[in-house]
Design a protein around this ligand. Structure first.
Ligand code: MG
Ligand code: MG
Length: 253
């Protein structure tokens, strides 16, 4: 499938789709506390998306049952909400959701610490988010996709973290996943040339141990092979003539 560039009016709608995503993530984050089930958090996510006029894109996607992916601790991405799974003090909780609004999609994720976590864990979260912003800073016309990937790789490796390469970011638009794939590792000045109108979801998945992962028997949940902790941050970003637009920036803080 070819890459489709988005018009300014499409990007404006994608901004609205992402605002709904941000509202949903904020509502979930506010309710993340010890004792709540991941199922309840999914219900909050779905209700917030629907109340704001969006359709949850994850629900039913290739058979995924929920609006929210919720991945705890050594889980990297694609964790399935469950009535039996409850949040505990000291967990790190990755929340990832997407929605469609007026035919266009938004997608964003963040990792939330519950209560007090060690400095080592706090650092993992901070650096993973910094990797995302380093990548975003490279989303400029004239740069190449490899510059975006390389920014993540360079910063994560500087801190000795493992980088997940089995799962990647992606183009986004009328479909939740479009070309191009956006790897979290790559060579500078390689890959496609970035042009105004390109919209990509960039999503570093960064591990305390190695970057190796496996999929659990539920066919969805991705965990680190060494069962060490993993963090995940994601924004949908539009390339323009000037600075990149972070469509899923949290403007409601
Ligand atoms: Mg996502
Ligand atoms: Mg995504």
């Amino acid at each position: 499938m070819a890459i489709t560039l988005k018009s300014p009016s499409e990007i404006a709608i994608m901004k609205k789709a992402n605002e709904i995503v941000v509202k949903a993530l904020n509502a979930v984050e506010k309710n993340i506390k010890p004792g709540i089930s991941t199922y309840e958090l999914d219900s909050i996510c779905e209700a917030t998306i629907r109340e704001n006029g969006g359709d949850p894109t994850f629900k039913g996607y290739k058979g995924f049952p929920s609006a929210l992916c919720i991945s705890l601790n050594e889980e990297v991405v694609h964790g399935i909400p469950s009535k039996k799974r409850r949040i505990k003090d000291g967990d790190i909780v990755s929340i990832d959701t997407g929605c469609r609004f007026e035919g266009l999609c938004g997608d964003s994720a963040r990792t939330i610490p519950v209560g007090k976590v060690s400095e080592k864990v706090q650092k993992l979260l901070e650096v993973t988010e910094q990797c995302l912003y380093a990548a975003i800073d490279n989303c400029r016309a004239g740069k190449r996709l490899g510059d975006v990937s390389n920014a993540i790789q360079t910063l994560a490796e500087e801190h000795g973290y493992g980088i997940v390469i089995d799962f990647v970011g992606h183009g986004i638009g009328r479909s939740p996943h479009e070309e191009p794939q956006v790897s979290n590792m790559g060579e500078k000045s390689s890959g496609i040339l970035l042009q105004p109108g390109l919209v990509i979801a960039i999503e570093p998945m960064v591990n305390l141990g190695t970057g190796n992962v496996k999929v659990l028997n539920d066919k969805w949940t991705v965990v680190t092979k060494d069962r060490k902790l993993s963090a995940h941050f994601e924004h949908s970003v539009a390339v323009t003539d000037g600075d990149p637009i972070v469509l899923s920036e949290n403007i409601f803080k």
